[in-house]
Design a protein around this ligand. Sequence first.
Ligand SMILES: Cc1ncc(COP(=O)(O)O)c(C=O)c1O
Length: 448
Amino acid sequence: MKEIVPAPPPVVRNDVAAVQKLFQQHVVPSYGRFEIVLSHGSGSYVYDVTGKRYLDLGSGIAVSALGHAHPAITEALVDQSRKLIHASNFYFHEPQGRLAQALAGLLGPGKCFFCNSGGEANEGLFKLARKFGHEEGRFEVISTLNSFHGRTLAGIAATGQEKVRKGFEPMVPGFRQVPYNDLAAVENAISPTTAAVLIEGIQGEGGVSPARPDYLLGLRRLCDEKKLLLLMDGVQDGHFRTGRFQSFQRILESTDLAGPDLPVATAETCLGGGSSPRSFLPDAISMAKSLGGGFPIGAIWVRGPYADLLSAGSHGSTYGGSPLACAVALKVLEVVQREKLADNARQIGEYLKAGLARLAQTYPQVVRSARGLGLMLGIELAPDIQTLPVDPSRTPAVRFAQLLHAAGVLTIPAGVQVLRLLPPLNLSRGEAEEGLAVMETVASKLAS
Ligand SMILES: Cc1ncc(COP(=O)(O)O)c(C=O)c1O
């Protein structure tokens, strides 16, 4: 019988050039890619097609929360795919309901909407803000400079970085940016059309900059006073990466500014859907990345009073909250709980950060500083780091990442001068030591 769709021509296995040629010829070149052609992974390591092993301290930009090929994820995928992979949101199914219960249990009284990515989750936040302000003609969202909120048209309008917008003007109206960690700037920017304020608890793409506790609490007060929604983009910094479910919980625990009623939910309390008193909560949070541990899923959680604003017919997604995606996300939560990965993120994060701070002390001509919380860390390279031997047309962050690749470690550049470490939440102490040793070798060579 004649084949209607021809089978793709075979790729010569382990041929880097052949795979790259396929991309050059057939894949839209919207990404600047490193030369590496990946093949498979196991735990905190990935392997390229030549067999070279890398310690993965980027986990696919904070996605592979349990590392690579975790058996629990494979098992959840196989088990659920035998029962029901997809169901239209015309119908109910248990995994979506249980996942919404678990996420609300970690945050507070409210409801969830499911989608497939961080950008899509933020679209949900924008639509929520518009619905919230609609009757009063309010629609504007104030976000922050250096933020990142995804690549959709509204996402780039919300993002406070010119480079993501270039060539896509005119921007979707209704977005304005003010400096981060500057409460007065938000207050001054509020207009009669403002409906919401949107921030990341830790700016990720912007270079790993955490919000200050007084900024978070001040924003909450301001939004209450001015009847605005406080929206948080937890796509990158969420899901226990900082040692708490959301970064604001971690940021606020270190201060007494929030009073005695700090958010106390942990992975241990979430699966039963339990809640506890909280003095600080945003009105809605977007999530994605680690939520599915590598399987695409996004979500928003909306606080109680606003949870029904997106009423029947007002928002949707064909794939959003599929049984398969939700079963995997539930499994990720279960493993985080069982293996106490929030604590691990906190402890290994502190160990890594101390090691990076030592690097900055020992090699100030290479590393300027280390910052971040838990397993969301940024290494700021020295401003005058000019001695990098690889490709001078690339940014210092990219060139440093390339040197680390050669030495067998993956990291994620952020902006011009910062490298991010966003490793799996189950990174071991030995793996952290190995990563630090490699970074030290690279830094010492550059310094000499
Ligand atoms: C804070 C933040 N928001 C939104 C996004 C967009 O997520 P996605 O790429 O899944 O659309 C990202 C992606 O890096 C992000 O870091």
